[in-house]
Structures are given as structure tokens and as C-alpha cells.
Design a protein around this ligand. Structure first.
Ligand SMILES: [Fe+2]
Length: 297
């Protein structure tokens, strides 16, 4: 999945690291062992210079958002999971595990916000906006009626998310069974594009949706440039910043994922059928041999 963050593992040699870079928890490890494998979720920078989105998103806003908010989620998560069963897992697995069917575990918020922000930076590009094309546009027109209607729905979701949260365009290709999730859509399997909004750190991965586009509507995302005018920020994001190429490539991966899942499910069905047929044949051979023995007697 594009935007996925893996944990990077390295051999921990405490004598080779300067003190301030080692968290207290890691220092404790260092006292008990000379060499351990450490896995840390990485803080990736935005895929463009911090001034590249000007004048729509200022250098100051990007740097503040990335180097303080995004970084703090990554740092806090790494401290939180060090030495736990989550240590070393891919970030997506940490999110699903700590979402805990809606009964959030402590590491969920930092894990999801680390992922959401990386996904958000990659959703934009200098000179973005404009119109999608190809299969992405075809599916938008199929599922929303027109590009304009999809953008209106996305804008409404971003503008009406009360308090902090996110608005998303996602590819939904599942049959939901997610316990006490916050606000999933109905449970029919539908293979379509939908717009959803989520509170706080929640993201659509927890409902097994495939996110294609994210708008951060936490106030820290826009206050420096737009003060309290969230609607202006959302409009500018959609008209000037979206990287439709990235959204299109995420859609291709989401649809490929559906094909691979269908193949895996078909293979599993065939394997189960083979086991049943094999069991029947064994039983028939056993009964036949039993009948032969009776005739011989
Ligand atoms: Fe943010």
C-alpha cells in the first residue's frame, strides 16, 4: 500500500549512539544487553521541499505540521511500543491491533496519526489539483455521477467533521464485520468509491477500506495559513494541491488487492473441496474393503 510505513530494524550498539538520541527506555535496554535488534517506525519527510506547496500551503505551515505534529506522533509511538508485542510490526498491523474493534488501545492514536500524516503528505504535490483521468475518473463518474459531485461530497465531509479528524476518498471492497466501529457504512459488499470522514486519529484502514485520498482537518493543518477558515483550506486543497496521479496509483493497488484476495479465497475453497473429496474417497475405500472382507468370510 502506498504510504505504508514499515518499521526499520537495526542492530542496537549502545556505545555507538550519542546519549541524547537514546530514549530512556532504550537506555534501559542498553544496560542489560550489548547488542539488540531495534525496530523503529520511521518519520518520512514530505516528498517535496517544505516550501513547494506555496502559496497554497506555506513553508512555515508545512514545517510546523511535519516537524512538530507528525514527528511527535512517530516519536511517541516508538516510545510507547518499545519492548511490547507491537514492537517490530508494520505500522498498519499496529493500527489494526490497537484499534481493537473500536475499543482503542493506548498506542492507537499515535500509530494512526503517524500513518495518516505520511499518507496526507503524499496526497499532495506542487502544482496539484486539476482533474483526474482514466479509470479513476471513470469510477468517480460511475459512483458519484460526476467529479463535481464527488468533490462536493468530499468538501462537505471535510467541512462538517466536528472537531478534529480527517476526510477520505476510499475504495470499499469488503463486507464489514468490525464490531463497534465508529461510523462505518452499511455492510453490503459493493466494490465502489465512497467518501467517509473520521474523528481524531481514526482512519478507514480499521474498516478494511483502501484509502485513496486524505484531507487533514485538524486545526493545526490550516490555522497558520487560513486561521479558522477550514472551508477555504479544503477548497484550496482540492483545487490546487491534490496529486491525482498518486490517488490513481492507490486505486490501481486497491483494485489489485481485491483481485488477489478473490484468488486466495478461491484457492482456499478449492483446497477445502479437495480435503472433503479426499475424505470421501478414503471412506469409500474403507467401506469397500470392509464389504470385501465380509464376502470372504
Ligand atoms: Fe495533522
Amino acid at each position: 500500500m502506498q504510504g505504508a510505513l514499515q518499521s526499520s530494524c537495526s542492530v542496537f550498539a549502545p556505545h555507538r549512539l550519542p546519549g541524547p538520541l537514546i530514549s530512556p527506555q532504550l537506555r534501559r535496554r542498553g544496560r542489560t544487553s550489548h547488542r539488540k535488534v531495534l525496530c523503529q517506525i520511521e518519520l518520512k519527510p514530505p516528498p517535496y521541499p517544505t516550501n513547494a506547496l506555496e502559496p497554497h500551503m506555506s513553508r512555515e505551515a508545512v514545517e510546523y505540521h511535519w516537524s512538530r505534529h507528525h514527528r511527535s506522533h512517530v516519536d511517541s509511538l516508538n516510545k510507547q511500543i518499545a519492548g511490547t508485542e507491537l514492537d517490530g510490526m508494520p505500522l498498519e498491523d499496529i493500527i489494526l491491533k490497537s484499534y481493537n474493534k473500536g475499543d482503542l488501545l493506548p498506542s492507537f492514536n499515535h500509530a494512526a496519526q503517524a500513518w495518516n500524516h505520511d499518507f496526507f503528505w503524499q496526497s499532495m504535490k506542487p502544482g496539484g489539483g486539476g482533474h483526474p483521468s482514466g479509470r479513476l475518473l471513470e469510477l468517480i463518474e460511475r459512483d458519484f455521477g460526476s467529479l463535481e459531485r464527488m468533490l462536493m461530497e468530499l468538501k462537505a465531509a471535510a467541512s462538517t467533521q466536528f472537531g478534529s479528524g480527517w476526510a477520505w476518498l476510499v475504495y470499499k471492497a469488503n463486507k464489514l464485520d468490525v464490531g463497534n466501529a465508529v461510523n462505518p457504512l452499511p455492510s453490503e459488499k459493493d466494490n465502489k468509491l465512497v467518501v467517509v470522514k473520521t474523528p481524531n486519529a481514526v482512519n478507514p484502514l480499521v474498516w478494511d477500506y483502501s484509502p485513496l485520498l486524505a484531507i487533514d482537518v485538524w486545526e493545526h493543518a490550516y490555522y497558520l495559513d487560513y486561521e479558522n477558515r477550514r472551508v477555504d483550506y479544503v477548497s484550496t486543497f482540492m483545487e490546487k494541491l491534490i496529486s491525482w496521479e498518486v490517488v490513481a496509483s492507490r486505486l490501481e493497488m486497491a483494485m489489485q488487492r481485491v483481485v488477489e484476495r478473490a484468488r486466495a479465497e478461491e484457492k482456499q475453497r478449492m483446497d477445502e473441496d479437495d480435503v472433503i473429496i479426499g475424505s470421501r474417497e478414503d471412506m469409500e475405500m474403507y467401506l469397500d474393503s470392509d464389504a470385501d472382507d465380509s464376502e470372504a468370510e
